[in-house]
Each structure stands twice: as structure tokens, then as C-alpha cells.
Design a protein around this ligand. Structure first.
Ligand code: ZN
Ligand code: ZN
Length: 142
């Protein structure tokens, strides 16, 4: 069970800042191709929180695209420096998926699952100490 997290973060240029206070609903490494393209690297490290636990200051730009399951994912980034910050899924409007690397201190982040191992590039090593799934898990555990 994840512990309560109180942490702040923001983009590279500092125009967008955020604060989080709550227990992460899930923490995951995602190797899907969309996360690879959006991040420019082999995976995104994502911490999912209740939207009520997150406060964002500063304007973001966003890009919406369909996920594998057909839900629209809207990825938000800083319009000035391009840092990837968070995303929303149309299917779960009560949740926000925060990019772990955008936090000032992300030492609390502990991935519980690795997603989309089928598209993990051989040069991108993520942990095998937690369950891995070829795509999304069959059902999202609570
Ligand atoms: Zn910025
Ligand atoms: Zn992904």
C-alpha cells in the first residue's frame, strides 16, 4: 500500500508548478509507444493521484489522442519549455497521471507495475522486481 505523498514539482522553466498531497492510486512505468513518443525516451514513470489531491499553477498546453482502449488521453505540457507534466484519461476524469520526473524530489516514487513490456526497447531497462504486463493489466486493481 502506497504511503501519503506531499511533494511539489514543475516544468523545466518554472512557468508551471504543482503540489500534490495524497496517497498515489498507482505508480507505474509505461513503455507504450505513445509514452515513448511523448517523452522522447523509453518509458514514462507515472504516479496516478485523485485530482482533488493535486493543485496546479500556470497554464499548460495539451494534446489529446486515443489510447488503445479507445479512451481519449489528454497530455499536458509546458507551452514554453515543453516539459511533460501530467495527463487525464477521459475514462477516469477523477484521476490525474503525474510524470514522476517532474517532481522536485521523486524519491517516494516506487513503480508497482511495468506496462506495455511488449514495446519496451532493448536499451531501456526497467525493473523486473514488480509485475510486468504486455499491455494494460486485465483489470486495474484498486
Ligand atoms: Zn516550462
Ligand atoms: Zn504509456
Amino acid at each position: 500500500m502506497a504511503r501519503e505523498v506531499t511533494a511539489a514539482g514543475g516544468c523545466l522553466c518554472g512557468a508551471v508548478r504543482f503540489k500534490v498531497s495524497g496517497v498515489p492510486i498507482r505508480m507505474a512505468q509505461c513503455h507504450c509507444r505513445d509514452c515513448q513518443r511523448a517523452s522522447g525516451t523509453g518509458h514514462m514513470s507515472n504516479a496516478i493521484f485523485d485530482v482533488a489531491d493535486v493543485e496546479i499553477v500556470g497554464a499548460t498546453a495539451s494534446y489529446a489522442s486515443p489510447s488503445d482502449s479507445g479512451n481519449t488521453l489528454t497530455r499536458h505540457f509546458c507551452p514554453t519549455c515543453g516539459s511533460r507534466l501530467f495527463l487525464y484519461s477521459e475514462a477516469r476524469p477523477d484521476m490525474i497521471v503525474m510524470a514522476a520526473g517532474a517532481f522536485d524530489d521523486s524519491s517516494w516514487f516506487e513503480p508497482e507495475v511495468v506496462l506495455y513490456t511488449k514495446s519496451r526497447p532493448p536499451w531501456d531497462i526497467t525493473t523486473d522486481r514488480v509485475p510486468g504486463f504486455e499491455g494494460m493489466p486485465p483489470r486495474r486493481p484498486k
